[in-house]
Design a protein. Structure first.
Length: 206
């Protein structure tokens, strides 16, 4: 069982090209270490072709631990030419595409993995992060929920789902305020959320 995980927040991408008030922007910055969590390790279950790691898997794992992404990318790509259905290598390739900034290619890989290996929770989680990053919070919510149906104790997916609910709630309150600018309750709730996020981010920075 492989459990190599890098803790990476996709919330940082919300700060690019979007108009966000200062308190929430501050929250997003501090959530880089505590927000949406991207797993780069895959718990191999029924989809694994062999019962134990072969040497190529061990070699890729070593490269990933040393943060030698380019070497790992070459090794994974070469291996998949002869073993295109290997779920662990495909999962690693998806994460390596993320590191290269090729989010669409990564999302396609994670999506196919959820279809080919629905018993694995990690592809759902990482697909959800890319959907979240793209601003498709409802799709992200569905992906995180799918991950938790497979593995209810998947803590990373639980936290990612919570962050998604948070932004969905904030977005809904903003929409309510826009529909009814005179609504004091929506405005008050939105202020409460923003103040709470600002307070949380300030405490994290200490």
């Amino acid at each position: 069982m492989i459990q190599l995980m890098y803790f990476t927040s996709s919330l940082i991408f919300l700060t690019k090209g979007l108009h966000i008030n200062a308190s929430f922007l501050n929250f997003l910055r501090h959530l880089q270490k505590h927000g949406l969590l991207l797993t780069t390790g895959l718990v191999l279950q029924l989809c694994l072709v062999t019962p134990c790691l072969a040497d190529p898997h061990e070699n890729v794992l070593k490269l990933l631990k040393q943060d030698l992404s380019e070497q790992a990318f070459v090794m994974v790509s070469q291996y998949l030419q002869d073993h295109p259905q290997d779920p662990q290598m495909r999962f690693w390739l998806g994460n390596l595409w993320v590191k290269k900034g090729e989010k669409k290619k990564a999302a396609d890989i994670f999506l196919r993995l959820t279809q080919d290996c629905p018993e694995l929770s990690e592809p759902y989680n990482n697909l959800g992060i890319l959907q979240f990053e793209a601003g498709d919070y409802h799709a992200a919510k569905a992906s995180f929920e799918s991950a938790l149906k497979v593995q209810p104790d998947f803590a990373l997916a639980v936290e990612n789902l919570a962050d998604t609910y948070l932004l969905l709630s904030r977005s809904s309150l903003e929409h309510a305020s826009a529909l009814d600018p005179k609504s004091k309750s929506a405005k008050y709730k939105l202020e409460l959320i923003n103040h709470a996020l600002l307070d949380w981010s300030q405490k994290q920075s200490k």
